[in-house]
Write a protein that binds this ligand. Structure first.
Ligand SMILES: Nc1ncnc2c1ncn2[C@@H]1O[C@H](COP(=O)(O)OP(=O)(O)OP(=O)(O)O)[C@@H](O)[C@H]1O
Ligand SMILES: [Mg+2]
Length: 353
């Protein structure tokens, strides 16, 4: 094999579409279907999931599919900046839209975007300018998709989302996908002026398909179905773990057995995500998670009695950890971790010794 000359097809970088990509047709298909239909059932949706669950990649994948259709205009916005202003600037800077705006006599020179238009008074208000542009685009059959990665509740988001809601009510062809950690999305949609977000669909990213992971590993490495399956099972479908496992297997020349890759595998997971996830848990969340590791079984009853916690407060923590994408209930009355080798990671934490 000429592996030595080729670069590693697996990648440890975040936020970038990886070379070894596993489709999530069923979750992204739903969003695409609504956005692309004549009568969209919704125009806003939010993608949540734990760190490394593939939120950024999933959002880019959807945007890329739509971008292939000239009807769609995609604008990526940075949640830390003035979103309305950046949107206006982005739209007015697109070559393919320039003529549309000129024909509609939209003079944006006052705002510092676009060219002066003779005989037209410049528009002096940002929202008015945006509305004129969006109206023109909507009339021309265009659809605008705005993507915002890693949202949280800040002044810019509040202002942008409430204006977005107004544009949507005005029947403008404007669509929005946001990604964020559960706690940030939760905070945003609970803001009193933004309750429309409460009704917007939230896509909680599910693990990648194990059979597709097996197939991918077998495409890249010369290994048996059984070996690919053991590798895939260790990843539990967690996207970052899928990359790390492949990355290490490739780096070690493809011959090292799985058990020998595990220490490195654990180190990467810990350094890149688990440390961060752990540091973001509250003290009580940590206690619940720790009890899941030390209780003799992962039955809810057993964990709860170990914590000496009443049923209703336990269910609050359980619900939150589930929403965050850290635990799940494989069957009624039982709990387990969604992240691979997370238990082993927890047991290494000094805080819980
Ligand atoms: N569908 C996929 N198939 C294969 N690998 C994926 C897929 N989605 C994400 N990954 C890999 O998982 C890792 C994390 O992806 P991404 O950056 O999208 O996560 P995220 O949820 O946005 O994380 P964060 O919360 O830290 O921003 C990356 O290494 C990426 O290559
Ligand atoms: Mg991300």
């Amino acid at each position: 094999m000429t592996r030595m000359n080729k670069s590693n097809p697996f990648s440890l970088s975040f936020g970038k579409e990886p070379v070894s990509y596993i489709a999530r047709d069923y979750q992204s298909g739903e969003i695409l279907e609504s956005f692309d239909s004549d009568n969209p059932s919704y125009q806003v949706c939010m993608i949540t999931g734990v760190r490394g669950a593939g939120k950024t990649v999933a959002m880019s994948a959807i945007a890329n599919i739509l971008a292939a259709d000239s009807r769609w205009i995609i604008v990526n916005l940075n949640p830390e900046r003035d979103l309305l202003r950046t949107l206006a600037a982005e739209l007015s800077n697109r070559k393919e839209l320039f003529e549309l705006f000129r024909d509609a006599k939209i003079n944006l020179s006052f705002l510092g975007f676009g060219l002066e238009i003779d005989g037209e008074p410049p528009i002096t208000d940002l929202v008015v300018a945006l509305r004129r542009m969006l109206e023109k685009l909507t009339k021309s059959g265009k659809r605008i998709l705005i993507t915002i990665d890693e949202v949280s509740l800040n002044r810019q988001m509040r202002e942008f989302a409430s204006q977005f809601q107004i544009f949507m009510r005005e029947d403008l062809n404007i669509f929005l996908i946001m990604t964020g950690l559960y706690e940030n999305i939760y905070e945003l949609q609970n803001e009193k002026t933004l309750t429309f977000l409460f009704r917007a669909p939230k896509v909680e990213l599910k693990p990648l398909s194990i059979p597709l992971i097996v197939q991918k590993y077998r495409e890249v490495f010369n290994i048996t179905e059984d070996e690919a399956l053991s590798m895939a099972k260790v990843t539990m479908g967690y996207p970052f773990a899928f990359q790390v496992m492949g990355y290490l297997k490739w780096r070690e020349g493809g011959n090292k057995p799985l058990e020998e890759l595990l220490p490195q595998f654990d180190t990467y997971l810990e350094d890149y995500v688990y440390e961060k996830i752990w540091s973001e848990l509250s003290k009580k969340d940590k206690e619940v998670v720790a009890a899941m590791c030390s209780a003799p079984s992962t039955k809810v009853e057993t964990i709860r009695s170990r914590l000496k916690m009443p049923s209703n407060s336990f269910s609050t923590y359980r619900k939150r950890l589930t929403k965050k994408g850290i635990v799940r209930s494989p069957e009624y009355g039982w709990l387990s971790f969604t992240l691979p080798r997370f238990k082993e990671f927890i047991l290494r934490q000094e805080e819980i010794q």
